[in-house]
Ligand binder design. Structure first.
Ligand SMILES: [Zn+2]
Length: 151
């Protein structure tokens, strides 16, 4: 009985401590696009990650620009897109001033995460193992991006 009680109280404590924080965290970032899905909000505002190999943008090869799904900020050119084999849309460089970076220590790793410079939404992580001369690999959640082909 006591074990169940402890289990129950830890779940309760967890939701009391974490839930308001998540809520506040989501509030500090501005939701501009009102038609974002819950999945998109989880990534953009709670630093979630989409399942690999699920993004339709993985196979997008047309010329154009990738924009922030929340605020529409122009982030990447199709020129910098490449197939990294990781299952997430990958880019060798971002457009100047598109993002702000922050060091992230979650999952016992030191990674650099990046946020849209305009609305603050989380997009992905950038690594220094890219295949081009920039050496960068922007690993971006496809759900955070809107592709606009150039006409
Ligand atoms: Zn944005």
């Amino acid at each position: 009985m006591r074990r169940y009680f402890l289990k129950f109280s830890s779940i309760l404590l967890f939701s009391l401590v974490v839930a308001p924080y998540k809520y506040l965290n989501a509030q500090t970032n501005k939701i501009i696009n009102k038609s974002l899905t819950d999945e998109q909000k989880e990534i953009l505002f709670n630093e979630g990650t989409e399942k690999p190999f699920t993004s339709a943008l993985l196979h997008e090869t047309r010329k154009g620009f990738y924009h922030c799904a929340n605020c529409g900020n122009k982030l990447f050119s199709s020129e910098s897109k490449f197939d990294s084999g990781t299952g997430w849309p990958s880019f060798s460089e971002a457009l100047p001033g598109a993002f702000k970076t922050k060091v992230d220590f979650s999952f016992g790793m030191m990674r650099t995460e990046y946020h849209c410079a305009k609305c603050g939404a989380h997009h992905g992580h950038v690594f220094n193992d890219g295949p081009t001369k920039t050496k960068k690999r922007f690993c971006n959640n496809g759900l955070c991006l809107i592709f606009k082909p150039s006409t």
